[in-house]
Design a protein around this ligand. Structure first.
Ligand code: ADP
Length: 457
């Protein structure tokens, strides 16, 4: 990551300097054009003056020659590493744009020792004396004119010299211009190479970085898989253990219950009231323990047995529930109401257990009112959704999740006997059917238990 940031920062720096370098070279190229134009205009105006002696041409000559002279001042000052303000003034006199001048000075100072710059400096140096000579001729012409010595012969000689200067200067200037053009294209190639290099660097680092992330993801995925396998094994072992333990506990418990029954029968006359109460408590405790063991066995059996699916008519399942709970449902106002139920693919026994537990709870945790239970069915794209609604005590929201955990019971409903296994069993059954279970409720207003069954079993 650090290297990517460094490479990106390098790209930004490179872009900054690319623009600076390229605009400097461009400024030199413009400056050179102004230089040539100034020198050429100066020569033309001086010749015009010599031919016409019209003073307008002298004024134009002075204006034009000031441009290459200004550049020469800047160039000489750069060569001797003189004060920047003098260089700036020279460049400005050379008609260079004020915004470009600082970059031109920076470019010269940075690259003056490079071969291309040395070449350009040499050509610039070679062109300078011609411009100086042109300027001197201009002054000479004015003096001669004032002294009345500007004879036709003198004029002719001077025009010849000016023409000679023009020819030589334009050669130097074209050579200088070529060096600048070559420099511009060399710089372009260097910058493009740097660009490609940096982009390749960023791409390779990003590639390595992504590979590293993929490797570590693969590693954590295989670690996760190993953990899941280990957890499943441990779970299975625990479920096996609770099955075996509860199964083996049944026999000694049966003995305790039998012998308590025998004591009750044989020694009933000899027992006082306290003794009878103790025996009653012991029998009650043993029967609750039996219920706990039976529930636990049921729960572990649901977890470890292989499940088979068949087409189940839920109407039949509900009819059976009506028979099982007929005593309570016979109470005035009570009822188990169900819409026409669908036929679904499921394990019949487990569907029976699930609905039986929910209906039994609806009755067990009833309110003062006669229990009324409504069972409805609906469907989503891939699941059946069932709801069992009652008008019982209701459940506080804080228990919505915990009641589905084995042995968890509501603190408020402890008066009703129970093992805290029923809803955990319902959850296990829903999960084994590719679904889930949840409750919506409000204390005093009844509860609705929802569970889903996958349509792809
Ligand atoms: P048990 O009924 O043996 O205690 P369950 O797992 O069936 O165990 O239920 C867990 C707890 O959820 C119950 O103790 C009870 O407090 C609460 N509960 C379950 N069903 C209902 C219901 N229909 N109305 C109100 N409370 C309920």
């Amino acid at each position: 990551m650090f290297i990517i940031s460094v490479a990106s920062a390098l790209l930004i720096v490179k872009d900054f300097y690319s623009i600076k370098i390229q605009s400097s070279v461009r400024s030199y190229i413009n400056g050179q054009a102004e230089y040539s134009k100034g020198r050429n205009d100066a020569a033309v105006n001086l010749i015009n003056y010599l031919q016409t002696e019209n003073l307008v041409y002298i004024a134009e000559f002075k204006k034009a020659i000031a441009i290459p002279l200004g550049d020469n001042i800047a160039g000489n000052n750069l060569l001797v590493n003189g004060d920047d303000s003098k260089t700036k003034a020279g460049f400005l006199a050379g008609n260079n744009h004020p915004a470009d001048v600082s970059d031109m000075i920076w470019f010269y100072k940075t690259f003056s020792s490079f071969a291309f710059a040395q070449k350009a400096i040499k050509l610039w140096g070679a062109a300078a004396p011609h411009v100086n000579r042109l300027s001197t001729i201009g002054e000479m012409v004015q003096q001669l004119q004032q002294q009345g010595k500007l004879t036709p012969i003198a004029k002719e000689q001077l025009i010849e010299e000016i023409d000679g200067i023009s020819v030589l200067s334009s050669e130097w200037e074209s050579a200088f211009s070529r060096v600048l053009d070559d420099t511009a294209s060399d710089i372009k190639i260097v910058l493009q190479t740097v660009n490609i290099f940096l982009i390749l660097l960023i791409m390779s680092i990003s590639f390595l970085f992504v590979m590293k992330i993929i490797n570590s993801l693969n590693k954590s995925e295989s670690e996760l898989k190993a953990t899941v396998i280990m957890l499943n094994d441990t779970n299975r072992e625990l479920e096996n253990f609770s099955y075996v333990a509860s199964h083996d506990l049944k026999e000694p418990l049966r003995m305790v219950t039998n012998f308590l029954g025998l004591i009750e029968k044989k020694y009933n006359n000899q027992l006082d009231e306290t003794g009878k109460t103790y025996i009653h408590f012991a029998v009650d405790g043993a029967s609750r323990m039996k219920k706990l063991i039976d529930d636990l066995l049921e729960y572990s059996r649901t977890s470890i047995n292989k499940i088979t699916y068949e087409t189940v008519d839920l109407n039949e399942v509900i009819d059976r529930l009506r028979t099982d709970f007929q005593d309570v449902l016979a109470e005035p106002g009570a009822g188990l109401f169900a819409e026409a139920m669908p036929q679904i693919v499921a394990n019949k026994l487990q569907m029976q257990q699930l609905l039986q537990n929910l209906v039994a709870n609806a009755i067990k945790y009833r309110s003062e009112a006669a229990p009324q239970i409504y069972i409805t069915a609906s469907a989503t794209a891939d699941h059946w959704v069932f709801a069992v609604r009652d008008n019982g005590l209701g459940i506080e929201a804080e228990y919505f999740k915990t009641i589905f955990v084995i042995f968890q019971r509501l603190k408020t409903n402890k008066i009703q006997a129970g093992t805290g296994i029923g809803l955990a069993l319902c959850k296990k059954i829903a999960e084994r059917h590719g679904g889930e279970i949840w409750v919506e409720s409000e204390p005093g207003k009844g509860s609705t238990f929802f569970f889903t069954v996958s349509k792809q079993l």
